[in-house]
Write a protein that binds this ligand. Structure first.
Ligand SMILES: [Zn+2]
Length: 436
């Protein structure tokens, strides 16, 4: 059975071994003042790595085969779940092999686009500290080390006080709880989907799709940063995710988010050649991004109070932007869903001035139909792949004027930590897979 349990020990995505407990103790003491909470929320102090697993929720209803989303005119009918056969797909959480007929075909298709894939060598595992030369090479436009973006990247929502709501790394065990909360509050989100987990939880993916949430590609395995992989492996990671998402929903996303935000011009070119526009999250300086850190509660390297402090930091900075924003959150863990539904979302909904929470495609002024290859009208679609990343400017327009490309490390939101802790974190991160 191609499925996971929600326990930390069984999931290769769990960052439980990332940081020592001493790092937790180094975090500053904070106080949290909430505008609003969910009356049924788990007490904040109980949302922790040591928390017992709640019973895994079930979906309120399972959509019938053939159903069509009312939010996407002309969309094909929903495939039958019985058509999703795990044996027909690569292994869970592992980079797919590149010698299969499918991957070879996708490689040929990428070549046939005529899009030039820059001859940039893959980075070494370990991020910026292990890749000082690549990190200093601004021509790569490597987001991880300094925050460089191209005009083909979606990095923000354009309108002030608009939050492009996103959740990464599902579908997963507690995703239905998040979907229920979103439904109750008439909220729609963008879900960045791990392909191999869509095989494990296809009914949840169908529910997201029919519920008028946006679906986007987040790689097959999420097991390695994309810049560390070969061109062929990147194609396999993206191609299999596109394939399973179409098999489950009937449509193929035309956007992607690189795991860990790890993208450079080589990965950009491959993504665009495969019809996928990158979606990042907001970064306001070389080392500061709108990352709640929610994924690290499960592993014990941040407390739920620490995540709320990150949230308040994000809100404080979002209010200074001339644009809207995108925040990194996850539906992967029980803890990340609990803090989203119990605290972050209720607080966001109570804010003045009022925040508008939307899927990224909506905040860009487009429709859900524009988010899929089969249903977009080719006029309001995200930037066409034929533009490619070359010849475009680097660095997103920033109201703060502090966006990166400085070659510094900064994939994480480290704004709340002293410099010594930041350096310690980065050195620890260098040897570990961090879940973003
Ligand atoms: Zn992720």
């Amino acid at each position: 059975m191609n499925a996971q349990t929600p326990s930390s020990s069984s999931s290769p995505l769990a960052p439980s071994s990332l940081l020592s407990s001493s790092s937790v103790q180094s975090l500053p003491v904070i106080s949290v003042s909430l505008l609003s909470t969910n009356p049924t929320a788990v007490p904040l102090s109980q949302i922790a790595a040591t928390e017992a697993s709640s019973p895994t929720p079930t979906l309120a209803s399972t959509p019938p085969a053939g159903a069509t989303p009312s939010s996407i005119p002309g969309a094909p009918g929903l495939p039958s779940l019985s058509s999703i056969i795990p044996a027909n797909y690569p292994k869970l959480d592992v980079v797919p092999p590149t010698d299969s007929a499918e991957v070879q075909q996708w490689i040929a298709e990428v070549q046939s686009t005529g899009i030039q894939i820059p001859n940039i060598s893959p980075t070494q595992p370990g991020g910026c500290p292990n890749n000082t030369q690549a990190a200093a090479d601004t021509s790569r436009c490597w987001w991880t080390c300094g925050g460089c973006v191209r005009t083909t990247d979606i990095a923000d929502c354009p309108t002030q006080n608009t939050w492009g709501l996103t959740y990464d790394d599902g579908p997963a065990y507690y995703t239905p709880n998040l979907l229920n909360y979103l439904d109750q509050n008439n909220l729609k989100s963008t879900f960045f989907v791990i392909g191999s987990r869509a095989v494990s939880f296809p009914a949840i993916l169908q529910s997201e799709y029919l519920g008028a949430h946006q679906l986007s590609v987040h790689t097959w395995s999420h097991s390695a940063p994309l810049t560390t992989l070969t061109n062929e492996q990147v194609i396999a990671e993206l191609g299999w995710t596109k394939k399973v998402m179409k098999a489950v929903t009937g449509v193929t996303p035309n956007t992607m988010r690189p795991p860990f935000g790890d993208i450079d011009d080589r990965v950009r070119a491959i993504s665009l050649a495969m019809g996928l526009t990158p979606i990042m999250w907001t970064r306001i300086s070389a080392t500061q991004t709108f990352d709640t850190g929610d994924y690290n509660i499960h592993g014990g390297s941040i407390t739920s109070e620490g995540v709320m402090q990150n949230w308040y930091w994000i809100m404080g900075n979002a209010s200074k932007l001339s644009t809207g924003f995108i925040v990194l959150e996850h539906d992967l863990f029980q803890q990340s869903v609990e803090i989203a539904t119990g605290y972050i979302l209720p607080d966001a909904l109570a804010r003045t001035p009022k925040l508008t929470l939307q899927p990224v495609i909506t905040c860009l002024g487009m429709t859900l139909a524009d988010a899929y290859i089969e249903t977009n009208d080719n006029k309001t679609n995200p930037p066409p792949a034929t533009l490619g990343p070359t010849g475009t400017s680097s660095g997103r327009p920033s109201s703060t004027g502090t966006n990166g490309n400085t070659g510094q490390s900064g994939a994480l939101s480290l704004h709340s930590l002293p410099d010594a802790v930041v350096l310690g974190l980065l050195s620890l991160i260098a040897g570990s897979a961090v879940l973003l």
